[in-house]
Design a protein around this ligand. Structure first.
Ligand code: NAP
Length: 326
């Protein structure tokens, strides 16, 4: 079945990446549809913040339910499907392993099955994750073996292989992005980058004096979310379906992120930050850094923002938000 040209369906449009991707695709002239598990209950804060809620069509759909997925795919017949929906917190996945793995694994297979069942010539992007690699040592490229270190990563690794299997077995145009951490003002406070920026802002405003974090010596490859949704879109425009590592290629310690954030407020982080075992994970990744050479070569994609400029952008957005609410 031929899909509707220049139409896209985003599973998980209410999240950070869903909002930026919707904006990116609208700018390219796409008709954009998106799902939330409960349209009536979702605030769509990201779409609202970007001022585009009224430009997209939102539908309720539950990824773990094949009928729910097939119905929306059949109704929209999108040229491109992006699967961004999942329980996406690594920390929470240790407390909710079944829900996390189920939402990622069954959700991905249900979309693949719906495309196959309906015989749609739809291109499919799946949000996999750098977490699949575990500790990377050297910068990870697409050939590095997986070593998941959380239930979240186990689910993302399984869904990565499901996508590869459906591509090979059924000739679907299906690919996974192995995306490293990417941040923006749309991230909820549960994520450490927002916790740090908001914590430093609160200390600067004398609302509190202390910020409590987990391990500070781990290193991550942090990028800017709007750059990363551009990479997702490019993957579906490429001639052949392939998997790509999307990263800045720069690793920074969490401690350096904290330092950069506190400096923006003229504060010395060592006077305010304490660590607590309660925030440490049962198993964590000490170094995670990616090698985006393939994406640069084949997609012409390159990250435009790295640490500490990323921190500057997050702080700037936080200050603007606080000024507006006064
Ligand atoms: P996000 O803000 O958490 O958005 C994901 C969306 O998935 C949520 O808005 C939610 O929508 C839906 N969802 C949450 N729990 C679910 C569950 N148990 N079952 C089904 N759906 C659920 O995530 P994001 O940062 O935009 O990331 C998008 C995707 O990329 C995710 O799959 C994430 O794991 C992956 N990823 C993100 C990063 C990153 O650094 N941001 C890096 C690598 C990979 P409703 O509540 O409206 O249903």
């Amino acid at each position: 079945m031929k899909p509707n040209a220049r139409s896209a369906l985003i599973f998980g449009i209410s999240g950070q990446d869903g909002a930026y991707l919707a904006q990116f695709l609208l700018d390219q002239g796409y008709a954009v549809h998106g799902t939330s598990r409960d349209v009536e209950g979702s605030s769509f804060a990201g779409l609202r913040a970007l001022g585009i809620l009224d430009q997209v069509r939102v539908h309720s759909a539950t990824l773990q339910d094949f009928r729910s997925v097939a119905q929306i795919v059949q109704a929209v017949r999108p040229a491109e499907i992006f699967n961004l929906a999942a329980q996406s917190s690594v920390g929470l996945s240790f407390q909710q392993p079944v829900e996390t793995i189920d939402s990622i694994m069954h959700g991905t297979i249900n979309i693949l099955e719906a495309i196959r069942f309906l015989g749609l010539e739809t291109r499919f992007y799946n949000a996999s994750s750098s977490e699949c690699f575990g500790n990377t040592g050297v910068a990870a490229d697409e050939t590095m073996p997986f070593h998941p270190r959380s239930p979240y990563a186990v689910g993302k690794a399984a869904s990565f292989w499901a996508v590869a299997n459906y591509r090979e077995a059924y000739n679907l145009f299906a690919c996974s992005g192995l995306l490293f951490n990417h941040e923006s003002p749309l991230r909820p406070t549960r994520y450490v980058t927002q916790k740090i920026v908001r914590g430093a802002a609160d200390i600067a405003e004398r609302k509190t004096d202390t910020l409590t974090l987990g391990a500070l010596d781990l290193a991550r490859d942090w990028g800017w979310a709007p750059d990363y949704v551009d990479a997702m879109a490019r993957m579906l425009k490429h001639d052949t379906p392939e998997d790509f590592v999307i990263a800045t290629g720069v690793a920074s310690k969490l401690q350096d992120f904290v330092d950069a954030a506190f400096r923006c407020f003229g504060l010395d982080w060592t006077a305010h930050v304490q660590t607590d075992q309660a925030f440490m994970r049962p198993s964590d990744i000490s170094l995670s850094v990616g090698n985006p050479a393939k994406a640069e070569r084949l997609l012409g994609w390159k990250a435009t923002v790295t640490m500490p400029d990323l921190v500057g952008k997050l702080v700037e957005a936080e200050l603007a938000k606080r000024a507006l609410s006064r």
